[in-house]
Design a protein around this ligand. Structure first.
Ligand SMILES: NC(=O)c1ccc[n+]([C@@H]2O[C@H](COP(=O)([O-])OP(=O)(O)OC[C@H]3O[C@@H](n4cnc5c(N)ncnc54)[C@H](O)[C@@H]3O)[C@@H](O)[C@H]2O)c1
Length: 717
């Protein structure tokens, strides 16, 4: 055996390490179904950031991830609070996950230049530090990684060690000693893998003390040219085989920054890494960096640094995390399965109809109808709405190659331009759809709804022959409508102006944008009308009231008809905001799809107009009336809780649809009772439930809700 640089060092006898093998070591969620690769996460913490540590652990728990690689800064350990911090951090993490500490950064007191990336004066000092770490906290880990990305100047200033002399002495010695102390060792991964460097590590005698070689790569984010993970892993394997080394190969850091809002690409990058012939993959990172803090290369010097997380900075899961949590890695493979028929595309296919937000509720129904009629549909969606992936899967399974998909975001003008160039017609549905979410994050709402629409308009304006556009705006652009005097009629608001009651609200009503959502949708609505006027783009705007029907993923924030039905089916209580007497005209999705087709066939004559679209005065429903219908369908009124009014909630909105009717002859056919029943049936069917129809309502529940509201629930004749 070659003499180790640390061979003369006195061995410290320590108690045998107590490695806590986490029960979910082979956690189903953290192991790839198709390749058996073990998947973990890379996350680093700043001293004192206890809150973030717990947030990250909560996120990992939701994903079922049991492996975490984290940085231990030798320089920080040397500071006043450093040792105390790591003495809290490592056991705290090891309690929940299998921990890999990656140890780097030279304390300034020991560095040859005044920066933590500088080599230490004495290469042996690094091994000494590892020895202390293992003595104090070695019970928290089994493996230890020796430095990080030595090819990056911010991590290892190789200009001060041009021939890797210090590095190889330092890491070789530390690896030898770590093994002697019962640890398994990982050679630091280079960010751009260099086979010559690995050869050098063999020549310098480092590799005989290494149990796993780390490789890093961030294809799509940093790597300008990239062959594949397989190619990189094979190149490492060749060198290992040549030297008869049994070291494992791990991707010890990879990730994808969603700074361009392309969460689907993050998913793709993740699965590509899992397909590599390696033992483990560590995904950087659990959570986006705090935008108020400095990244490795400076404060927002490179915005990519801030968007690597599985969750965003506020903790909201990105697409990868959502799928991972909902079905483990199986769900991810399924999302990425090739589209049926993708391989047998025709050489010159007919141009498709482009539907932005096509995997959402309205988009799925329209796509289904168009594909059933033999048209090709290009769905442009970022799958940000939970459940959109199920809609998409259903469309692909039902229609095969007639459905093409572009997993992209409307905030990406380039991807949008590519999609628009192919299309013969555009339906623009992609949106941030909830008032509540817009109040929590107005910038996001603006960027998706207003800027996303402008991106689309600019893409169309740049086309030689712009495809006609139909856009779904909202009744919210008319504001709170507080000036309309209302009466209360059998548990539902009605205008006391008989004409308004008979006709509803027409397009002459001035816009009055309330809430960030109202503003962003209103801005998009007006931009579209203006692009028709100023640039002659053929474009029509639908200002829509409440739409409901199959494939709707209704939740408390949006899609109240479906949400109430879903809660009732799942036995969850429904929160009624306000007094429940709010009225909307509801429109069944099939009626809306017919309206789209009619608008499309007359788009050139209708261009530049906005139309109020809803069920109209003969298809209205208050919240209380819907509860009553659900009670009839289920045999019992759903459980309800009352809460305060939500900001901007209109007490009454009913569309006057005569303008569109007289232009196209359209009218709504499906009344609320019939439509709600159809949706109810679909929801039951989608959950694999038999239809039940108990004959009588439970009077106790009925009375409880009615008395809570100070009135009874009545049928409206
Ligand atoms: N459903 C209604 O009652 C109603 C009423 C008025 C207006 N609208 C409008 O109709 C449109 C469709 O509504 P829906 O009910 O089908 O909503 P939905 O949430 O079911 O569908 C929206 C789709 O857009 C996608 N999406 C969201 N942000 C995106 C982005 N940045 N880039 C690409 N795709 C993105 C989502 O993943 C989802 O599939 C929206 O513009 C909405 O404002 C709906």
């Amino acid at each position: 055996m070659k003499k180790s640089p640390r061979a003369g060092r006195q061995e410290i006898k320590a108690s045998a390490p107590r490695i806590a093998h986490h029960p979910s070591l082979c956690a189903q969620n953290g192991e790839s179904a198709s390749t058996g690769v073990r998947a973990g996460v890379v996350e680093n913490f700043r001293p004192g950031d206890h809150e973030r540590v717990d947030q990250v652990l909560t996120g990992l728990r939701a994903l079922g991830v049991a492996d975490l690689r984290t940085m231990v800064s030798w320089a920080d350990w040397d500071s006043a609070e450093g040792e105390a911090w790591y003495s809290w951090l490592l056991p705290h993490l090891a309690n929940e996950v299998n921990l890999i500490p990656c140890v780097l950064y030279t304390p300034l007191s020991q560095a040859v230049a005044p920066r933590v990336s500088a080599p230490p004066w004495d290469p042996k000092a690094y091994g000494d530090f590892l020895d202390i770490l293992i003595t104090r906290l070695g019970h928290c880990f089994e493996w230890i990684e020796l430095w990080n990305e030595p090819d990056q100047l911010s991590e290892w200033d190789r200009t001060l060690d041009p021939h890797w002399q210090t590095f190889s002495a330092m890491v070789g010695g530390a690896a030898y000693w770590a093994q002697r102390r019962g640890k398994r060792t990982i050679l630091a991964g280079m960010n751009v893998y260099d086979p010559n460097w690995l050869e050098l590590m063999f020549r310098r005698g480092v590799m005989q003390y290494i149990d796993a070689v780390g490789i890093h790569g961030f294809p799509g984010t940093y790597e300008a040219s990239w062959e594949s993970w397989t190619a990189v892993a094979q190149s490492v394997q060749q060198i290992l085989t040549h030297h008869r080394s049994g070291a494992e190969i791990w991707i010890s850091a990879t990730g994808y920054s969603t700074w361009r809002h392309d969460e689907y690409e993050q998913l793709r990058a993740f699965t590509a890494a899992l397909e590599a012939p390696v033992e483990r993959v560590y995904w950087y990172s659990a959570r986006d960096l705090d935008p108020d803090l400095s990244a490795r290369d400076g404060f927002h010097a490179d915005d990519r640094e801030y968007h690597f997380g599985l969750h965003d900075h506020d903790g909201a899961p990105k697409l990868l995390a959502r799928l991972w949590a909902s079905g483990g890695l199986q769900a991810i493979w399924r999302a990425l399965e090739p589209q049926p028929g993708a391989a047998r595309r025709r050489p010159r296919p007919r141009p498709p109809v482009l539907i932005t937000g096509g995997a959402g509720f309205i988009g799925t129904n329209l796509a289904n109808r168009l594909a059933a009629d033999g048209e090709r549909v290009l769905i442009y969606d970022n799958l940000s709405r939970p459940g959109a992936e199920r809609n998409l899967r259903w469309l692909l399974d039902t229609h095969g190659s007639r459905i093409q998909v572009e997993f992209a975001d409307v905030r990406n003008p380039y991807a949008l331009r590519r999609a628009v160039r192919k299309a013969k017609q555009v339906f623009h549905f992609a949106a941030q759809v909830a008032v509540t979410t817009s109040l929590a994050n107005p910038r996001h709402d603006f960027e998706v709804n207003a800027l996303g629409t402008l991106n689309l308009l600019e893409a169309l304006r740049g086309s030689d022959d712009p495809a006609p556009l139909i856009y779904t705006s909202t009744n919210k652009v008319y504001g709170g409508l507080d000036d309309i005097a209302l009466d209360c009629d059998n548990g539902a608001y009605r205008p006391n102006d008989a004409e308004l009651c008979r006709r509803g609200i027409n397009e002459a009503r001035p816009l009055d944008l309330h809430s960030p959502y109202g503003c962003s949708k209103g801005a998009a609505d007006e931009y579209i009308i203006d692009y028709a006027r100023t640039f002659g783009l053929p474009a029509v705007v639908f200002r829509m009231s409440c739409i409901y029907g199959p494939h709707q993923m209704g939740n408390e924030d949006q899609g109240w008809v479906a949400h109430f039905l879903i809660c009732a089916l799942e036995g969850r209580p429904i929160t009624v905001y306000g007094d429940g007497m709010q009225v909307r005209d509801v429109l069944y999705i099939d009626d809306l799809v017919r309206a789209f087709l009619l608008a499309r066939s007359s788009v050139r004559t209708l261009s530049g107009s906005a139309f109020n679209i809803g069920g109209g005065p003969s298809n209205t429903l208050s919240l209380l009336e819907l509860l009553k219908i659900i009670g009839k369908l289920n045999g019992a009124l759903p459980r309800c809780e009352l809460s305060d009014w939500r900001p901007g909630d209109q007490r009454y909105y009913v569309s006057d649809t005569r303008k569109f009717q007289s232009a196209t002859g359209w009218r709504a056919n499906v009344d609320p009772m019939e439509g709600v029943e159809k949706l109810h049936d679909w929801l039951r069917h989608a959950r694999g439930l038999e239809r039940i129809r108990p004959p009588t309502a439970r009077p106790a529940l009925h009375r409880r809700f009615a008395s809570a509201n100070g009135h009874a629930l009545h049928d409206r004749g």
